[in-house]
Ligand binder design. Sequence first.
Ligand SMILES: NC(=O)c1ccc[n+]([C@@H]2O[C@H](COP(=O)([O-])OP(=O)(O)OC[C@H]3O[C@@H](n4cnc5c(N)ncnc54)[C@H](OP(=O)(O)O)[C@@H]3O)[C@@H](O)[C@H]2O)c1
Length: 350
Amino acid sequence: MTDGKTDGNTSGTADATTAAVRLGDGGPEVGVQGLGCMGMSFAYGPSDAEESRATLERALELGVTLYDTADAYGSGENEKFLAPFFKAHRDEVVIATKFALSIPADDPTRRVIRNDAPYIRQCVEASLKRLDVEAIDLYYMHRRDENVPIEESVGTMAELVREGKVKHLGLSEVTGGELRAAQAVHPIAAVQSEWSLFSRDIEAGVVPAARELGVALVPYSPLGRGFLTGSFTDAAKDLTADDFRRQQPRFTGDNAAANAALLEPVRQVAEAHGASPGQVALAWVQQQARVHDLPVVPIPGTRRRTRVEENVAATRIVLTDDELALLEPIAAKVAGDRYADMRFTSAGRE
Ligand SMILES: NC(=O)c1ccc[n+]([C@@H]2O[C@H](COP(=O)([O-])OP(=O)(O)OC[C@H]3O[C@@H](n4cnc5c(N)ncnc54)[C@H](OP(=O)(O)O)[C@@H]3O)[C@@H](O)[C@H]2O)c1
């Protein structure tokens, strides 16, 4: 692998072990790559708890400080699972969790979204209890409930900051317009949205708004939910029956076969760097910081030590302009949406 320096962030020039990025003007400082913890309890099939715990410790050793969870991940189970790790390292980690989304136990394909004040207050208390902390470092609204004006919801979130329950605010899958309206009420540290070689819809409105407002981008699913690593090619054939990726149109059948063929240039670039395709996918996301001139902290998800090592090492890969040009056409050719119902995303409302 190329042992260069990443120039992928406006505020850092080394790897995750030394570089720091500030999320938003007054937000927390974190390592250039975070860790997505969702899969440890939810969505991606069976997990090995011991290996997941070891992965958290290894990530911290490698300079990862931003840990991402949500109350929706396993209906609170993911927050509970992470609590002992957070307790052991409270001053070294930045805890990010989310409210607004719940998944009824009797129908795991359904999503209930709420942004009203009583619900937000109920959620924050429950998350604080499960996480066993005094305050949440970064509290995101996970999804928009269009029945509640965003100014009202962010107003409630701002009260939580004043009360000391939450330190910084974030929003997930908001449009550029929603972000502007929110920022007028209270500073937003970060927008968390899907961003990868396969999912680039946020570049139209969300990324320019974030740059203009001084808000950081936290790309989720930067490995295309694992597809960009080549670890599965057809969700219906390769993944367990309960795996969420089976519900995503781009990962099954003819779409998946067409999309697997799009990985060829990723492999080509990977070979030139002596790297893996997943590392090239992560380097590409990291370098969007330079391309779009804003702080970017991807949160690849993994439950395995060897993979967190591989993923963090990708922060040292610098892609050339020619390589970025080779990767540029991929997203426009992807067959199938990133969610079965695109109203679940900012792009579905832009
Ligand atoms: N705000 C939102 O709406 C939202 C939505 C989705 C996700 N998220 C957050 O974003 C985080 C990351 O997204 P994600 O987990 O959906 O997708 P991702 O990071 O793109 O990919 C994760 C998948 O890739 C696999 N993987 C990771 N590193 C690998 C490597 N080096 N080689 C091969 N396979 C590898 C993981 O398997 P193993 O775990 O088995 O290694 C997992 O199946 C989540 O954990 C969650 O915290 C937020």
